[in-house]
Design a protein around this ligand. Sequence first.
Ligand code: COA
Length: 282
Amino acid sequence: MATKTITRETVKIEKNGDGITWLYLNRPEKRNAMSPTLHREMAEAIDELATDPETLVLVVTGAGKAFCAGQDIALNFRGRETATPAENRRNRANSASWRWDKLVTFPKPTIAMVNGFCFGGAFTPLCACDYAIAADEAIFGLSEVNWGILPGGIVSWNVVQMMNYRDAIYYGTTGDTFDGKQAKQMGLVTLHYPLEQLRDETIKFAKKMMEKSPAAVRYTKEAIRAVRFMNEPQAEDYLNAKSDALKHVDKENGRQEGMRQFLDEKSYRPGLGHFKRKKKEG
Ligand code: COA
C-alpha cells in the first residue's frame, strides 16, 4: 500500500499500510517546540487516530533532528502575556489533554520514538506513551531551571514517577543533559538504539505488539496504570472486575482460543509466545 501522509500546519501523520501510524511533531525549524497550534492539532490528531481502524500502533516522534524542544518559549510563555484569558484557557487545556490524558488513555499501543532533543514539557508525552524508544544520541534535559522556572504542567510529577528520586532531583535542579543510554538506566525509556537503527527497531517492536491480542494488550496497560495508585485490596477487586470485563470486550475470545491451542491442539506454549490470532485487525 502506498504511503498516506496528512500534513497540517504543525503536525504530520504518516501511514504505510502496515498498521503503524507515525504522528510527527512537525516544526523542525523550531526543533518541534510546542506552539498553541501544535497543541490543538495534536489533540485533534490523537482523537482521530484513537478510533482509526488503520492505526494499530501509534508512534509519536519529531520531524528533523529533535523529538521536541519543550514548550515554545515565545508563543506559550511570552505569548501568554498578550493572549486573551479565553485563548490562554483553551491553550492550557489542549496542551494538557494531548500530552497526557489523550495519550495515556489511547486504546492501542503507543511508542514515543525519541530521535533527538527532548526538553522540558516534552517529558510529559514521553512518559504518557506506553513505551519510549530512544536514540543513544538523543539529548534529554529538564532545562527549566536554566531559565528560571520549574518543570511545571505535570513534568515534575512525571519524572518522579518514571525516574528514581535522586535522578529526578539531580536533573531537575541542575538542568544537566543526558543521553538515550542514561535515560534507559534511569527508567525513563524502554529501549535504546543507535540513531541509524532507531526507526527499524521501532517498526520491529510495533510489529511484535501487533501480533498480540489487542484487547489483552489494552486491558493490561490500563490495569497496570490503574493499580499503581491503589492499595492491595483495591487492586485485587479492580483486577478481578477488569478480567471479567476483558472476557466481554475481547472480540477474538483470546482466553478460550489460548486454552484451546495450548491444551487441546498443543500448538503453542503461552510462556514462550502468543496464540495464533485468527484476525489481525484491532
Ligand atoms: N521555544 C521556542 N523556540 C525554540 C525552542 C523553544 N523551546 N527551542 C528551539 N527554538 C527555536 C530557536 O529559537 C531557533 O529559532 P530561530 O531559528 O527563529 O532563531 C530554532 O528553534 C532553532 O533553535 P537553535 O537553538 O538554533 O537549534 P540548536 O539545534 O542549536 O539547539 C536546542 C536546539 C533544543 C538545544 C535549543 O534550541 C534550546 O535550548 N531550546 C530550548 C529548550 C528548552 O529549554 N525547552 C524547555 C521549554 S519548557
